[in-house]
Design a protein around this ligand. Structure first.
Ligand code: SF4
Length: 390
């Protein structure tokens, strides 16, 4: 039997899809062409836009000729709609994907019409390797409950993976890799207790750094609340994705983010003063309920002050289950679009400015996915010193 997998969503969803493919390949053939017996749809519900795309995809396609399985963030919150309105055969929570083969057999053996399998079952098989990069999920879920975010409801409360397993896998593959990406909804809240001794995220990186000091470490996504203020740590990484969400303290309070813009900015200045080439990326939500022109302007000012290297801007949209659905929101669509354009333009201008700063400076780069043959050795990675000039 051949299976095909369609993914909607972010990097974490892509990562989950790789996990599913790797797992199912043990029993079925994986195909990238539209000639299959099993269709797996890995869904995302973090943004309303993505959710709409899923419903559109389901409406557009008729799924009677093959077995279809739906998993991902949307599976446990919209299962009613998926079961009733669209003919989905098996719905299962992403954390239960180890049951997929069992459920497929069960489906055929018992001639089921529909199976709905939701359980927060966790297993430690959380590692994956892609080309020369090492992608690893070290925790899942979130306990923060920001007022706009659906993740704690779709992914559940935080769960942390086994420290020794993470270490063992990295050790095992260390010869093949140069970069390690740590994933998790709140990756820097990672905790592991070893005989009452706490191993937190920073300690984990510190230990790894001792062994693999010439590696690049990246992690997505971190929360300001769990940040490490020890400067030594930032020597080990060169970029940080740290969602700001808003430049207004009032909006941050309504969002339940538990920090103020000034503390956020001071930390960034502190790191940049010591590591001038450090990269900061962020997420910003605009038009949150109650965001007037004054609050929006604070966000505009904040991006001038911080100068992010990369930013993802989203217009707030209502997500079921979140507490912000009770907030009164009367921001007109036209204004939302205007603010989006304004912020995006300002961010773009900032990028031009940042790019100018590195002109005539020597920076270290990794060239990925190139293929170089040198003295009969093959390299797909190159560390280079690059001088940027105009
Ligand atoms: S910390 Fe991040 S994942 Fe958790 S609720 Fe807030 S926005 Fe969502």
């Amino acid at each position: 039997m051949k299976f095909f997998l369609k993914t909607f969503g972010c990097q974490i969803n892509n990562y989950d899809s790789i996990k599913i493919i790797k797992f199912l390949k043990k029993k079925f053939f994986y195909t990238k062409v539209l000639n299959f017996d099993i269709l797996i749809i890995n869904t995302c519900s973090v943004r309303e836009f993505c959710q709409k795309k899923i419903f559109f995809f389901l409406k557009k396609n008729t799924f009677f000729s093959f077995l279809n399985i739906l998993t991902g963030c949307s599976s446990n919150i919209f299962f009613n709609i998926f079961l009733k309105k669209h003919y989905i055969n098996i719905i299962l929570n992403i954390n239960c994907f180890f049951f997929t083969i069992f459920l497929i057999y069960m489906f055929y053996f018992y001639k089921c019409k529909q199976i709905f399998f939701i359980d927060y079952f966790k297993k430690n098989n959380n590692l994956n390797i892609l080309k020369n990069n090492f992608y690893i999920v070290i925790m899942e879920g979130c306990n923060k409950y920001c007022s706009y975010c659906i993740i704690p409801y779709t992914r559940g409360r935080e769960l942390y993976f086994d420290f020794f397993k993470i270490f063992k896998e990295i050790f095992f593959f260390k010869l093949n890799i140069k970069e390690i990406y740590f994933f998790g909804q709140n990756v820097n809240s990672y905790k592991y207790f070893l005989k009452n001794k706490l191993i937190n995220f920073y300690f984990l990186i510190e230990i790894l750094y001792e062994f693999y000091y010439n590696f690049k470490f990246y992690y997505i996504t971190s929360n300001f609340k769990n940040l490490n203020f020890n400067l030594k740590f930032y020597k080990k990484i060169e970029s940080l994705h740290l969602p700001l969400q808003s430049g207004s303290n009032i909006i941050l309070k309504f969002m339940k983010r538990n920090y103020k813009f000034n503390s956020y900015k001071n930390l960034i200045y502190y790191i940049k003063n010591n590591f001038s080439m450090f990269n900061f990326n962020t997420d910003i939500i605009i038009c949150f309920p109650g965001e007037n022109n004054n609050y929006f302007n604070k966000t505009l000012i904040s991006i001038e002050k911080v100068l992010f290297d990369k930013s993802y801007v989203f217009i707030y949209n209502i997500r079921s289950y979140t507490s912000s659905i009770f907030f009164f929101n009367n921001i007109k669509i036209i204004l939302k679009k205007k603010r989006f354009i304004k912020l995006s333009l300002n961010l773009k201008n900032n990028i031009h400015y940042i790019n100018k700063i590195i002109i005539n400076k020597i920076i270290y780069c990794i060239f990925k996915n190139i293929f170089l043959i040198y003295n009969n050795f093959y390299f797909s990675y190159l560390y280079l010193k690059v001088l940027i000039f105009l």
